[in-house]
Write a protein that binds this ligand. Sequence first.
Ligand code: GLU
Length: 370
Amino acid sequence: MGDRKRTTTVVKIGTSSITDEEGVIDSGLVAKLCDEVAILREQGHWVVVVTSGAIAAGLPDLGMGGAGRPRDAVTLQAVSAVGQGHLIGTYQRELARHDLMVGQVLLAPLDFFVRKQYLHARGTLTRLLELGVVPVVNENDAIADDEIRFGDNDRIAALVAHLVEADLLVLLTDTPGLLTSDPRLDANASLIEEIIEIDQELERLAGATGSLRGSGGMASKLAAAKIASWSGVRTVIADARRSGVVVDACAGTPGVGTVVRAREGRLGARRLWIAFAVGSSGRVQVDAGARRALEERRVSLLPAGVIGVTGSFDAGDAVEIVDPDGVVFAKGMVRQDARLLEAHMGMRTGELPDGVSHEVIHADDLVVLP
Ligand code: GLU
């Protein structure tokens, strides 16, 4: 590809974009996406597609479309097994027009969290790309444990972007990007073209505006963009139906959608997971000295600095770390359950009974948030 740099793009498309209310796949839109993937491949770039729609696409065959959609998790998982076949078949057909092959990769949360599985998934995806294949990823909905599965492909796409060390994450949706207000309520709603750092005000805005249709909505797009940003990956949130949207996002064409800048530096997989991918099971309150030490010196949190415990977490759970004023400033994975920690908080290391971990949260399992 001459002296141009090869870039890697992860592009995610959601259920509401590629299926209608009955669950029928909009093969025209898949075709458009595949045409764009082919252009990028032609230019020498690597592309990974993350697609939703397995559950929706399985509904019509089973006579469960529209109002007949089941609610229980087991049936939905079974439906996804039927739909995933349709979905991948559609991508195979549309990419074959461009002589491109599809590699189906179904991922589960542990593939991002367990180091061995993470490296394994990365190896497979990288080899597929090297072989000229287009990886088409979805969550392993049929088998995923309902307790732990993501159910949110925006987040999966962001974690895949980390996994393949992508340059760009494109989140395709049914609005032009993140808007200043809800276009259904405000005729003056306009596109936010660039976000330098996702802050609470933006998160509130995204929660309020949402997307016109679809499960994830803008809040989940922004949460995914945050994961990408901390992974050193730029994100573009844009309209799936816009002509040339993915090619333009890759080329950096202005106005293509909402661009979220990458942060300097890249958080490792484990800390990224702890910070953004798992929910919090409780809170650990620390004194002002501990806050300063955690922020300034990247040390482990010890029982001596803990002044309060909320929630009933177990060892291995993620918790928020709050300062004496209750402000959340970090997240981490605890080494002690809530009861044990409550019994030993405030104690110096020498005062701890035998067998009690000296660290509440190890420095490697702790992320200070901006
Ligand atoms: N994995 C789900 C599916 O393919 C979609 C999850 C999501 O909506 O983000 O149906």
